[in-house]
Write a protein that binds this ligand. Sequence first.
Ligand code: ABT
Ligand code: MG
Length: 149
Amino acid sequence: MVEKTFIMVKPDGVQRNLVGEIVNRFEKKGFTLVGAKLMQITDELAKEHYGEHKERPFFGELVDFITSGPVFAMVWEGENVITSAREMMGKTNPSEAALGTVRGDYGVTVGKNIIHGSDSPESAEREINLFFHSNELLSYNKQVNTWIY
Ligand code: ABT
Ligand code: MG
């Protein structure tokens, strides 16, 4: 099933020049980029985005971290992209993430784990709507998709 997911290079990934590397991995995998922007997350948006963690002890740090610098927000499309992207990212804690995943290859600690990806179809819809206006998402055909599907 063709789905869309929300992927974000976090402030640490932007500062460490990993935007290109991450975009490259998703492009080479065969997914289609349908929206992207460099942005500064406000306190309000951060609290909304991480709402499910608001009772957790690390909530304050999480909000401080995600608003500490620009992030690169993206929407990617493709078959099973929500689950595939989570696999490409690796486990939440980079010290447990497999080599070959973004977090396994580039991360060390859970507090700075480089990349975010929606964890379910419901989160994907919620997060895409939170970060993008519908007119920022494009629908187009790529010739190469005939060699992927
Ligand atoms: P996100 O993509 O940031 O949502 O990470 P992921 O979905 O893999 O993991 P979850 B469980 O959603 O964690 C959200 C952020 O909270 C941080 N965190 C999590 C901690 O700092 N300590 C913890 O004990 C846990 C469970 C990691 C995630 N983000 N960052 N940065
Ligand atoms: Mg999460």
